[in-house]
Design a protein around this ligand. Structure first.
Ligand code: CA
Length: 240
């Protein structure tokens, strides 16, 4: 009798324990509230690839709404990387808008890179494109002059792109880089662009759909009034 109680308690403990295993979460959150190489970011500072002699603040600023605003001229390049141990399976999400883009596909870029295995998403005012370098990539028309939440989920060589939690592109990786990390920013010297980044988040745990790992914005949106009329948006949280 005592033994069966013990077994029952042990099973109950296991059940409670398994129900408390946390769901997937973002490993890294950049809130667009500081220039990416601002030392105040501490161990979350971004590595910057930029034209020799310029400061990151020469092409970017933080707006009063705490967005990173990049204004990229025709003689400068400035993009940001978080190095990771492995990007074989990874998910990156950004809330971003693109007012202008003139140049090659990676002029405005969000990417997951492994050596010679890269998922490069080119951003344009009227579309996004999974870049294939010398060939035309898979693209999806969307008005990027308004904010959208873009997500790249990379599972080995397979890439899935989501816009506002909807799957819009399924494709394959490209090649030609020798870095391992998460990248975003202005990726072309000659290309020009103006873009706003509200946040960039990622995990290298897995390639995750918005059902498996909700967007940062939806996970931080809460209804606070009893009538459900007053909601706290991501932007309001950021401005506190
Ligand atoms: Ca440029």
């Amino acid at each position: 009798m005592r033994r069966s109680i013990f077994i029952a308690l042990a099973l109950l403990t296991i059940l409670i324990w398994t129900s408390e295993i946390p769901a997937a979460s973002w490993d890294f959150i950049y809130e667009g509230d500081k220039i990416p190489d601002d030392p105040a970011l501490g161990n979350k500072v971004w590595k910057v690839f930029k034209t020799n002699g310029i400061k990151t603040s020469d092409v970017s600023e933080i707006t009063p709404e705490q967005e990173l605003h990049i204004t990229d001229p025709a003689d400068k390049v400035c993009f940001f990387m978080q190095e990771v141990k492995s990007a074989e399976k990874a998910t990156v999400e950004a809330r971003v808008k693109v007012l202008s883009q003139s140049g090659v596909g990676h002029t405005v870029l969000l990417a997951i890179e492994e050596p010679n295995v890269v998922a490069w998403l080119g951003l344009f005012p009227d579309r996004i494109e999974l870049l294939k370098f010398n060939a035309r990539g898979l693209s999806h028309n969307v008005d990027m002059t308004e904010y959208h939440i873009l997500r790249i989920a990379k599972d080995g060589n397979d890439v899935t792109i989501y816009v506002d939690d909807k799957k819009v592109i399924e494709g394959q990786v490209g090649d030609t880089q020798n870095r391992t990390g998460i990248i975003f920013g202005a990726g072309s010297v000659a290309g020009t662009g103006e873009h706003y980044w509200d946040y960039v988040v990622f995990t290298t745990a897995d390639a995750l759909s918005p059902k498996e790992l909700p967007s940062l914005q939806s996970s931080t949106t809460t209804t606070v009034s009893p009538q459900g009329k007053l909601t706290t948006t991501w932007g309001e949280i950021k401005r506190r």
